[in-house]
Design a protein around this ligand. Structure first.
Ligand code: NI
Ligand code: MN
Length: 229
């Protein structure tokens, strides 16, 4: 199983299936790949904000990939001609050896269309638990810290947790340390930092905090870097 970081909150899991999270590539100065280079079976989209929905439509159409997301965002994507698997928080699916459960996230969600005076609502944001090839992944999406994380998500044996640490829009490093302590994953990978000015963080400090305080390994990835499980 290869885990590749493509920038911001975009990760590609390459096992028996290729699963992509939150493909914000064009428009992201730090993106590691171009939209056309991506090969994928499933795209999991946490919410409608541009830095997560990103190039979902183009990549889904080119690859004939299925987009997994909440119902309302899925409805919007279907209107754009995309194949979707519309689910909701707390629900899980198991198709073809890929198991997915939608988890809560404390954030906003909407699509900003130029010329319109408000965001178009596309349901609540979510996170994802994903089981593939015997590994369990938790992708938190954009969220603040919430206590139910421990009860709802921490009850699973998580191999890799992807947590935002950028602060301002999401959890900062301090709250992400607490989240990691609750979740007890084997590995934590910080995301959603350094892409913009207001979310600059020191990844090395976060890693030191984690590895000094608990039994979890912290893997820092630059866009384009990957690691294997
Ligand atoms: Ni967001
Ligand atoms: Mn975001």
């Amino acid at each position: 199983m290869k885990i590749e970081f493509l920038g911001h909150s975009c990760f590609l899991l390459e096992g028996s299936k290729k699963v992509l999270f939150d493909p914000y590539l064009s428009g992201n100065p730090l993106a590691a790949k171009k939209t056309e280079e991506i090969q994928v079976d499933y795209i999991l989209v946490s919410h409608g904000h541009g830095d997560h929905l990103g190039d979902t439509i183009a990549i889904a159409k080119k690859n004939d990939a299925t987009v997994v997301c909440v119902n309302e965002l899925g409805y919007y994507l279907e209107q754009q001609g995309v194949t979707t698997q519309r689910m909701h928080i707390g629900g899980k699916s198991e198709i073809d050896g890929l198991k997915i459960k939608l988890t809560p996230a404390w954030h906003g969600s909407g699509i900003c269309v130029e010329g319109k005076d408000a965001f178009s609502y596309v349901g609540p944001p979510c996170g994802f638990l994903v089981w593939l090839d015997g590994f369990c992944f938790y992708f938190a999406g954009d969220t603040g810290l919430f206590g139910d994380m421990e009860k709802i998500i921490g009850r699973y044996q998580i191999d890799v947790a992807f947590l935002p640490i950028g602060d301002w829009y999401t959890m900062g490093p301090d709250d992400a340390v607490l989240a990691t302590n609750w979740l007890q994953p084997d590995t934590v990978v910080p995301m959603h930092y350094n892409t913009f000015d207001v979310i600059q963080q020191n990844g090395a400090l976060f890693k030191a905090e984690i590895e000094n305080k608990m039994d979890t390994r912290c893997v820092l990835l630059e866009p384009g870097q990957s690691f294997m499980l």
